[in-house]
Design a protein around this ligand. Structure first.
Ligand SMILES: Nc1ncnc2c1ncn2[C@@H]1O[C@H](COP(=O)(O)OP(=O)(O)OP(=O)(O)O)[C@@H](O)[C@H]1O
Length: 326
């Protein structure tokens, strides 16, 4: 087995075209994911998490495009693949699940048929075999009575069941990498936990690496070994999940950690206060000069307004992009 990481992203830039001008919606984003590893991308809405994932799987569409950098999957640059090669990779070796399965499922086709299609398209199975495997795939995502459910259309299923179908489709071909973009945000809290357990268990069993995207740092820390914190199109901190909580380095990460509801002793003693980061992520065309976080940062000084911070490597692994990091 190759020692190289499964996925290497180097200085990725994603441009947003507005008229004749291109604005960098994502810039200088670098990270790697090893085989079977879990990386979380966390940050508020509009930070660039979803478009980063779409770039990895070749699904960016106008007005967005890759403006620079390298994405290497299993040693091959994905930008050099033809559309046909990319289609073959998608679903077979890299899969994606989205927040709202209804947008990804075909409303006019029974769910069993949509799962079976994966075996036919990517594994050369006959429809008869593929439909048998679809029942097994539905059983593996813990759908009760899978032999009956395969005949259902998406609208006949609950949101949680639809997300299970999406997971069955995404994992049908045992991909090397699963991209999960807010996979539980649209679901009830109790269903959320079941779906997250399912993703964690199935990916661990199959050795599938996961890039999990969420605005919820608690969820990311539970699911992932490493965390990349995104702000305004950049990864501002990248660390082991436990370090992010124990000793956040970037003021934005500190704000995210502080805004998590606390359970247990401190909360009961009434010392817990829900902190929030004042302000919102600026739109892509209005990213400020200097450090993009400086207008919202309590630690901001002159240098933050004047100069874009470089990446600093942290002593215990990980990196941060801040002039005043902890
Ligand atoms: N099709 C598009 N047209 C114009 N702007 C877009 C498009 N898609 C994304 N953007 C912009 O790119 C930026 C990054 O969007 P992205 O969806 O990646 O953010 P995100 O961090 O995933 O947030 P969310 O959770 O809300 O999706 C945002 O400012 C968004 O408005």
């Amino acid at each position: 087995m190759s020692q190289k990481p499964l996925l290497e992203v180097e200085n990725l830039r994603i441009d947003l075209s507005i008229g004749d001008t291109k604005f960098p919606a994502v810039q200088d984003v670098s990270f790697t994911i090893g085989r079977g590893e879990t990386l979380g991308l966390v940050g508020e809405s509009g930070c660039g998490k979803s478009i980063t994932a779409l770039a990895l799987i070749g699904l960016l569409r106008h007005p967005l495009s890759i403006g620079g950098g390298i994405i290497r999957f299993d040693g091959r640059e994905i930008q050099s693949l033809s559309p046909a090669q990319m289609r073959q990779l998608r679903g077979d070796r890299i899969s994606m699940i989205f927040q709202e399965p209804m947008t990804a499922l075909n409303p006019l086709s029974p769910v069993g048929r949509q799962i079976a299609e994966m075996f036919v398209l990517h594994k050369g199975a006959s429809w008869r075999d593929a439909e048998r495997q679809a029942v097994e795939a539905l059983a593996s995502v813990r759908v009760p009575a899978p032999e009956r459910r395969v005949k259902d259309y998406p609208h006949q299923l609950s949101g949680g069941m639809r997300q299970r179908v999406m997971i069955a489709i995404a994992l049908a071909c045992s991909p090397d990498l699963l991209l999960a973009d807010e996979p539980t945000t649209a679901l009830d809290v109790t269903v959320q936990a079941e779906i997250l357990d399912l993703i964690r268990d199935l990916c661990a069993e199959r050795g599938t690496a996961v890039l999990m995207i969420s605005h919820d740092l608690g969820l990311i820390a539970n699911m992932c070994r490493r965390v990349g914190v995104m702000y305004a199109g950049r990864i501002v901190e990248e660390r082991a999940a436990e370090d992010v909580f124990r000793a956040p380095s970037h003021p934005y990460t500190s704000g995210l950690v502080a805004s998590l509801p606390l359970l247990g002793a401190r909360a009961r003693q009434g010392r817990h206060r829900l902190m929030e980061i004042a302000g919102v992520v600026p739109p892509v065309a209005a990213f400020p000069a200097g450090c993009r976080f400086h207008p919202r940062c309590r630690a901001s000084t002159e240098i933050c307004v004047a100069a874009d911070p470089e990446v600093t490597l942290l002593p215990n692994g990980g990196s941060v992009r801040c002039h005043h990091h902890e």
